[in-house]
Design a protein around this ligand. Sequence first.
Ligand code: FES
Ligand code: FES
Length: 156
Amino acid sequence: MIETIEFTLNHKSQRLEVDGERKLLWVLRSDMGLTGTKYGCGKGICGACTVLINQRAFRSCQVSVGEIKGKNIITIEGLRQNGQLHPLQKAFIEHNALQCGFCTPGMILNAYSLLIEKPQATEAEILTGMNDNLCRCGAHQRIIRAIQSAAREMRR
Ligand code: FES
Ligand code: FES
């Protein structure tokens, strides 16, 4: 059923006429051109499609757009502010924490959510918190080092 959906996307108000059952992933990628949100498994398993909804990580392939009315959505395109990369984005670059980059937006947004919830997260907590975001290139060790580095920067 076509509905009017109002929400905030990357710091701007949005108003869409859209089928409320349509998955947020496809609204972002196909309707709004925000291709930083990746399609991996489509089943909630890989984490490639992770976005922030009210500062918490969600898998956009599992969220219907009708569920985001009035909410604040951030995709990887909206993490940079005032022309400055977020500390997590900088740390991923500095630690070379990617190979193909396909998992990277989801990794960064999941890590953001984790560090908002647990700014003092231990290595074990970071490992557990990132365990369900998959990297087919095997960059996990560098990803964890980048998140630890960004956590120190974010605490400062
Ligand atoms: S594409 Fe959504 S979790 Fe894999
Ligand atoms: S860098 Fe290729 S999937 Fe993670």
